[in-house]
Design a protein around this ligand. Structure first.
Ligand code: ATP
Ligand code: MG
Ligand code: FE
Length: 341
């Protein structure tokens, strides 16, 4: 089967065509970084307008890239949340219109499920269940992925997401928006031992995260004027890695048997983080699986793939399915205050 995927939950407008054989026939991403840069972050109203302007020609171009027409597509999948509601509505309403016009099934995809299943698109050998570290701009969770739509939350952040901590620390260092990749580059030139920074929740029993204190410590280090920016960047990244590794080790002990240690989400594009997790997986004799960098940050191939996984299991959604600005992967998440959903 072939699924058209549409993504518009944040600031990338994206479309992709993916097969059940894990072939990405075509994929396009229109980033809005330039539009939001003057504001130092995503402005929801600007994002929604940009999605609305771009989405139809982007889908047409993606089909043209693959030399296909909509008739050849088996289902239409779109992100239905979580995310900025204006953008989500644009993508979901577009998908509904296409589904209605072509009489193809509509699949409403949870953006986080897109991230969570993207490693299976990248690697055919990855079987459920796997332990997933989902680290993105809005989320920081450790999940036991037992199947499509079957997630058990092992840990979550009690305040900021890791991508948010990267972005805010980058802003403090004057690195602009989006900050994660720029901070990673600057960290390469710094000494991670130079700036003493906290490791919030390290060693605690439950594998949860906290990054608000780390972010504030970065601000104080910068304001003190005592440290080079590159050393602050390197020290921040190392503190974040120490927390991730400690918390993930704890989660591995709690989760029971798994087939692999997996990382996904925008922050999974960070090479230092990937390297540290790979070492942890080796120590536990587990395969380590991370999608290629382009599948870590927001894209439509992962939405199309989540659509494939659902379509292959006979699942689809009614045309009146609602957009969900908040949509945790597991029901328990709603009960944890500030659970990053
Ligand atoms: P969510 O998926 O939680 O809704 P989002 O879709 O906005 O959030 P993603 O696109 O998945 O987020 O990830 C973007 C985040 O990843 C940003 O915070 C960005 O700074 C971070 N990021 C991207 N590349 C890197 C990198 N190389 N190092 C660290 N962080 C990175
Ligand atoms: Mg973006
Ligand atoms: Fe995302």
């Amino acid at each position: 089967s072939i699924v058209l995927g549409i993504e518009s939950s944040c600031d990338e407008t994206a479309a992709a065509l993916v097969t059940d054989g894990r072939v990405i026939l075509a994929q396009r991403i229109a980033s809005q970084d330039e539009a939001h840069r003057p504001y130092g972050g995503v402005v929801p109203e600007i994002a929604a307008r940009a999605h609305a302007e771009r989405i139809a020609p982007l889908i047409e171009a993606t089909l043209a890239d693959a030399g296909m027409t909509l008739d050849q597509v088996d289902a239409i999948a779109a992100t239905a949340g979580p995310g900025l509601i204006g953008g989500v509505m644009v993508g979901l309403v577009t998908a509904k219109a296409l589904a209605m016009a072509t009489d193809k099934p509509l699949i409403a995809v949870n953006h986080l499920e897109g991230h969570a299943l993207s490693p299976r698109l990248a690697d055919a050998s990855l079987e459920y269940p796997y332990l997933l570290l989902l680290v993105s701009g809005g989320h920081c969770q450790i999940l036991l992925v037992e199947g499509v739509g079957r997630f058990r939350r092992i840990g979550t952040t009690i305040d900021d997401a890791l991508g948010e901590a990267f972005d805010k620390s980058a802003k403090v260092l004057g690195l602009g928006y989006p900050g994660g990749p720029a901070l990673e580059r600057l960290a390469l030139q710094g000494d991670a031992r130079k700036v003493p920074l906290p490791r919030p929740l390290k060693g605690s029993e439950e594998p949860h995260f906290s990054f608000a204190g780390l972010k504030s410590a970065v601000l104080r280090a910068k304001q003190s004027g005592e440290y080079a920016d590159a050393d602050i960047a390197a020290s921040f990244q190392q503190a974040a890695i120490d927390c991730l590794i400690d918390r993930t080790r704890r989660a591995l002990a709690k989760a029971g048997p798994v087939n692999a240690l997996v990382v996904a989400g925008g922050v999974a594009a960070n090479k230092a983080i990937r390297g540290a997790l790979e070492t942890l997986a080796e120590a536990h004799s587990l395969p380590f699986i991370a999608p290629p960098l382009a599948l870590c940050t927001d894209n439509a191939a992962m939405i199309a793939w989540a659509g494939v996984e659902r379509f292959e299991r006979g699942q689809s959604d009614p045309l009146d399915v609602a957009a969900r600005p908040r949509w945790p992967l597991d029901p328990e998440a709603e009960t944890v205050r500030g659970a990053g959903v």
